[in-house]
Write a protein that binds this ligand. Structure first.
Ligand code: 5GP
Length: 121
C-alpha cells in the first residue's frame, strides 16, 4: 500500500469494524478493536485496530494523534499480558507503506508472540 494512499472506507479493517466481515475478536473498548490475524505469522498474532477512520499509516500521523497512539501501545501491552505473552516476550509491529509490506490502509498494530521471533528483519 503506497504511503500517501487516501483512506478507503471499504478497506478490510473498516469492514471488520462494521461487522461486514467476521473476525475472532479478543479485545474491544470505545477506541480500539483487536482480533486474530487471518494469516498468523506466529502462534499468537493479533491485530489492534483503532475505531473510526484513522490515518492510513504512521506516515500520516499528526501531533494531535499522540494521545491515542500512546494509548494504542498501552492497550497492546495489556492484550499481550492477557494472552500470556508477557513472561517470555512479544513483538509490536506497525508497518508503513510498500517496503514494510503494509497491505491494509487503516493504521494498525500487530502483536506477535508465542515463539522466539528471531531478528526483526
Ligand atoms: P499489514 O501487512 O497491512 O501490516 O497487515 C495487514 C494484516 O491483516 C495481515 O497480517 C493480514 O493477514 C491481515 N488480514 C487481511 N485480511 C484479513 C481479514 O479478513 N481478517 C483478518 N482477521 N485479518 C486479515
Amino acid at each position: 500500500m503506497p504511503i500517501d494512499a487516501r483512506y478507503d472506507p471499504e478497506n478490510v479493517f473498516a469492514r471488520i469494524l462494521r461487522g461486514e466481515i467476521p473476525s475472532d475478536r479478543v479485545y474491544e473498548d470505545a477506541d480500539f478493536v483487536a482480533f486474530r490475524d487471518i494469516q498468523p505469522a506466529a502462534p499468537v498474532h493479533i491485530v489492534l485496530v483503532p475505531r473510526g477512520e484513522p490515518p492510513t499509516s504512521p506516515a500520516a500521523l499528526r501531533e494531535a494523534d499522540a494521545g491515542w497512539v500512546g494509548r494504542m501501545v498501552l492497550v497492546a501491552s495489556r492484550i499481550a499480558a492477557e494472552q500470556r505473552l508477557a513472561g517470555r516476550g512479544y513483538r509490536l509491529v506497525v508497518n508503513c507503506g510498500d517496503d514494510a509490506g503494509q497491505t491494509v490502509g487503516h493504521l494498525h498494530l500487530h502483536i506477535l508472540g508465542g515463539r522466539p521471533l528471531g531478528p526483526v528483519a
